[in-house]
Design a protein around this ligand. Sequence first.
Ligand SMILES: C[S@@+](CC[C@H](N)C(=O)[O-])C[C@H]1O[C@@H](n2cnc3c(N)ncnc32)[C@H](O)[C@@H]1O
Length: 500
Amino acid sequence: MEPGQLVMAVGPLAVLHGPQDAMPSPDALADLVASRWPHLPREHRALLAAMHGAGRGGAEPVAKSEGAEGQPAASGEGGQADAAAADGVDVHALVSYNAYGDAYEDLPAADLRGATPRSCVGLWPHFATLNHSCAPNCVHYVVGDTMVVRAVEAVQPGTELHVSYLGREDLAPRQVRQAALESRYGFRCDCARCRTEAELPQQLQELLVQLYDRSRHELAPRFERLASAAAHIVESGPSSADLDSEEDEEEEEGEALGGEAAAAARRASGGAAAAGPALTAAESAKRALKKASGGASPRWSALLAALEPRLEEAARSLHLALKELQEDDVALDDDDARPAADGGAAAAAADATRRQRLTRLQAAQAASYQLLELVALHAELTAAAGPGLGPGLGPAGAPQQAASSALAACWHVLDTVARGSELQVFQASKLLGDALRTSRPRPGAPRSPPGGSAAPPPPEPVREAAALLGQALLARYGRQRGQQLTALTQAAMRAGKEFF
Ligand SMILES: C[S@@+](CC[C@H](N)C(=O)[O-])C[C@H]1O[C@@H](n2cnc3c(N)ncnc32)[C@H](O)[C@@H]1O
């Protein structure tokens, strides 16, 4: 298969939809299947009964349904569940192992169809035959009712196709990923990425877990405070927010979040593929800043500045550990590093091999994604805070450049473990949006070179960002050309802007 090639586009046997960010519970899906059981065609019952964990008594302990934590046991199973049980099927077990749920369907596809994106939870029997890998060779997403699966790299005959079951927990260290898979799906992951990560020096593995915890529990809450402060500015104007004293700020720590951050937290707890709280809290800080008319206030800038040394300290310890690892390792072996002599097919095969043989450095970078993302967001917020307001501003343009290169680093990490993910598409569309904005001629500047009538070629950063977006779009949506590609690119950029 080639990158972007369609593996399947299949319909569900049962699906429930809800508004975006309010995913119906898997228990409700199990109830639906149980209530319809006596009326299902025999072949559908056979398909369901053949799913992993469906057999009563034969399954491992049932994983708790995602997104249904704290909810009372589903009602209404009654006699209908007995009908399934009489056929030897445990409907709740089969749903918990095989159902797919998402807080929102594919956003660029919904945009292109002019549809309002919905959440969903459903059973797609063909899709449920795919096993998990933490660095999968396929990407999957829902368009309307259809589950779409595409290869994201060249796949040789006989190679197993994998998807990721984890959503944004993909970007956590091995211990976190394995614990999630074990508790939800009852297996211990031993994929190529997990094995590579297990080969990292023990001290580095511990540091990666520490930094992940720190990103989520210490640094992300500070971004939440930033979001609360910006939301406050939106509601009451910059002056009153600036009057808050330092003591107030300390007291606020850990308090209920502002509107934007609370929405982000709700989103984060929405379901299977919802984003991790660290990421959404930081993203919401940026969204809130955008809404704050007049940009950053001095207080907001002070909070941003206070974050800098903490992030820097964490980033420095990671940087030193990775440098040490790099010195120990030959990152790519000679075969992988040599350019392919015989054209596209060989290059594609080399690319697939490289991804399957993730280097230790790549595995360590992927496990520290949460921190890299926060560093990138901090750089972005600093650039957005405007000249003279942000902390540590160097020469004009420097904060924007720092933000772009941090974002590009995130894109490359995603390319090793989450190629074709919506996050990779959105990071690339953000890069392109920023590159286009900074390359836009200033008001009053001549639009084309004096004496020349042809439009100038796009500046280098724009071309580079467009190429990264093109690669992510190819992996996720397959080969597109001409107007279709233009429409898809624009939809991805609109959806990315909405999302972040
Ligand atoms: C949706 S099913 C996938 C298809 C399943 N393997 C089958 O034969 O029907 C999910 C279950 O497959 C198994 N599984 C999926 N990925 C796995 C992996 N990487 N290693 C071991 N077991 C895996 C686990 O038992 C998990 O609960």
